[in-house]
Design a protein around this ligand. Sequence first.
Ligand code: MG
Length: 261
Amino acid sequence: MDLTCGRPLADAVEQLLSGAGGDPLLVSDYDGTLAPFRKERNEAVPPPSVRRALEAILEAGGDLLILSGRRAEEVASLLGLPVEIRGCHGWERLTAEGVLNSPSLRDWESHALESLASELSGFPPPAVERKPISVALHWRGRDSVKESYDVVSDRLVRAARQAGLEVLPFNGGVEYRLPGCTKGRAMERILEERGGPVCYLGDDVTDEDAFRVLRGRGLGILVGDRARTEAELRISPGCTEAFLGLWREALTKTGAGGRRR
Ligand SMILES: [Mg+2]
């Protein structure tokens, strides 16, 4: 474990990039990893220094992919960089050129989500997020939402599970989601599609599935100080920009970035 962007992390990155052949891929979560949390979710953008570091990776020929719980197009408009985005935990795929692929749902899946959304209709609209595969309730900065949710949560969880949905708490809210739509499944697909080394950066409990899949097959880095994690390494949130700089340097040093140019 490493709480800083010091030497051991640089060594781990260089080792990853010098090992397996193929183009290296940096995959990152968005909220809480690249963009600090905001009460108004549509205001969550990366700090200028982090954006510059991401641009520098792209300029160095690095390959970058965002894997987020948000809608892919929402991330694209907030991030504003020409990168591929897997939204809704990998259900949606938005190419760097702006082509969106979002599979359609089966009838029972649509009905289960509709039913859950109507259960949450009494909450303030900004707190409820309806996505193709899930409905999320956000209570960050809204204590009254959390208090109201606590009153009904047992009943909602029972109803959701009976309807075939999974209940996934995350940092600042809870998500009712179709089964199997996890970042672990998304990471499996990414590894199948790409032959090169993969590094994943994430902060939340939903990122643990992806870290688990990467064990022994790539490098998982937790952004935060959670004690229990499947990630191999961790960095403090203030170190994200430094890590991105380190990734770009390693791309140049190992010649890995140049393979794409
Ligand atoms: Mg996150």
